[in-house]
Structure formats: C-alpha cells, structure tokens
Design a protein around this ligand. Structure first.
Ligand code: ADP
Ligand code: MG
Length: 236
C-alpha cells in the first residue's frame, strides 16, 4: 500500500513532537525512520498506525484519507521494541491471536499460522511457549503475529533494539530477506545509523520533529544536507 503523509503536526503540551512532516512512501518499499532519541520517530509511526491523532495534516493510504478510517480498516501491522507476546499462549496461539476476532474458518486459520511459522523459520516451535524461546525467536513470533492479519503495511518500532548485537545482525538480514519475499510496504524506526544504512531502501532522517533529509544510504553519505546529518551519520 502506498502512503502519503501530508503536513502532519503533533504537539504534546508545548512540545512540538512533529512539525509539518511530508513524506511519500511507495508501495512495497522498505523505509527507515532514523533520528536521535526524542526526534519524533515513534510519534510518526503511531500517527501512521492511527494510535495517535495528529493536530493537523492528513495521512493517505492508497489514496484514501486514513484520518476518516477506523483503526482496523487501515490494515496495518505493528511490532514494538518489547515484543508483548502472551506468555500463557503457545507460539501458534500467539500467531493466531488476531485471527480469532476475524471470522475465519479454523482449518484456514491453521494453514495460515503454519505458513507463517515456516516463513519465520519457527516451524519447530509451534507448541513452545514464549519463555522457551530466545529473544530473536520471540521477535520473529511478534512479526508472524503482525503478518497473520495480512496487513498492507508493516510498522516496526525499534524491533531489534532490545536484542544483543549478534542476534540483531541476524534479524536484519532476515528482515531483508522477508521483505524480498513478501514485499509488504514496511516502515521501521531506528536510532542506529548502521541499521538504517544496511536495511532501508530509503532513509528518512528526523530531527526535532522535522524531516531533515530523505535519501538512500549512498545519497545521505555522499550529500549530507547540513552539519546535523554529517554529525549524526559520523561523517567527517
Ligand atoms: P523518538 O521515537 O524519536 O525517540 P518520540 O516520537 O517517542 O521520539 O517522542 C518525541 C518526544 O515527544 C519525546 O521526547 C516525548 O517528550 C514526547 N512525547 C511522545 N509521546 C508523548 C506523550 N504521549 N505525551 C507527552 N509527550 C510525549
Ligand atoms: Mg521511539
């Protein structure tokens, strides 16, 4: 699904979290929102998901005004930094959770869950409980659960931040492969420059609620627009 973010602003009290943000995200792309802590990345993602109402501006999803849509009609999957899996449910049950509220035939449900477990290389763990899994495996379950709803957009807020460096690296390459396979429009948040450089087809750099620069990793490092970009990317 294509996304058009038009002049979005959001304040919390006197704090301007987002300041007239404009951004176009092409269908099927993999976009990284990069910026220091407090720059408005999560707020932008939450506005996109419909979890936060902007003070002004509009979001268009595939040409439709999302501000008029119900949350579930946005068809957006969301994964947060701290995977909130249900500890008392098995991996399969966690993945199927969102499907329970949809009226889907139980056989079809089972099939979809098994396909997702396979896609996530979790097929051996369907009957395991979250506390029997590693952090990286748990985060893959969280992704499977988000994908079970067949979202048209996947939003990931620092999905690997809580994991150690080695697992983070594995998950990055794995997310790249996944995106290659299913090419769902994906927007992920990170404050880690190397993560954005490695994963994103397009990087959106935020500072103080404003977009400072948009471009590929190459474009950003070749032509930083100002000293903030130069410093943040560690270019000299
Ligand atoms: P980032 O994800 O880039 O670290 P956020 O979008 O989470 O930044 O937040 C930007 C700033 O907006 C934060 O520093 C915080 O002070 C403020 N903020 C975010 N959410 C809220 C909220 N619900 N209420 C009050 N202030 C908030
Ligand atoms: Mg954040």
């Amino acid at each position: 699904m294509s996304i058009l973010i038009e002049n979005i602003s959001k304040r919390f009290g006197s704090f301007q979290a987002l300041d007239r943000v404009n951004l176009e995200i092409k269908n099927g792309s993999l976009v990284g929102l990069l910026g220091p802590s407090g720059s408005g990345k999560s707020t932008l993602l939450r506005v996109l998901a419909g979890l936060e109402k902007p003070d002004s501006g509009r979001i268009w999803l595939e040409g439709q005004d999302a501000t008029q849509m119900k949350l579930q009609d946005r068809e957006i999957g969301f994964v947060f930094q701290n995977y909130a899996l249900f500890p008392h449910l098995t991996v399969s049950e966690n993945v199927a959770f969102g499907l329970e509220i949809q009226k889907i035939d139980s056989l079809l449900k089972k099939k979809r869950v098994n396909e997702l477990l396979k896609l996530m290389q979790l097929e051996k763990f369907g009957d395991s409980y979250p506390n029997q899994l590693s952090g990286g495996q748990r985060q893959r379950v969280a992704l499977a659960r988000a994908l079970a709803m067949e979202p048209k957009v996947l939003l990931l807020d620092e999905p690997f931040a809580a994991l150690d460096a080695k697992i983070r690296k594995q998950l990055r390459s794995w997310l790249r492969e996944l995106h290659h396979k299913i090419s769902v429009t994906t927007v992920f948040v990170t404050h880690d420059y190397s993560e954005a450089m490695e994963l994103a087809q397009e990087i959106v750099l935020l500072e103080n609620g404003k977009i400072i620069q948009i471009g590929s990793a190459q474009e950003l490092s070749d032509h930083p627009t100002n000293t903030f970009v130069t410093n943040f990317l560690g270019l000299k």
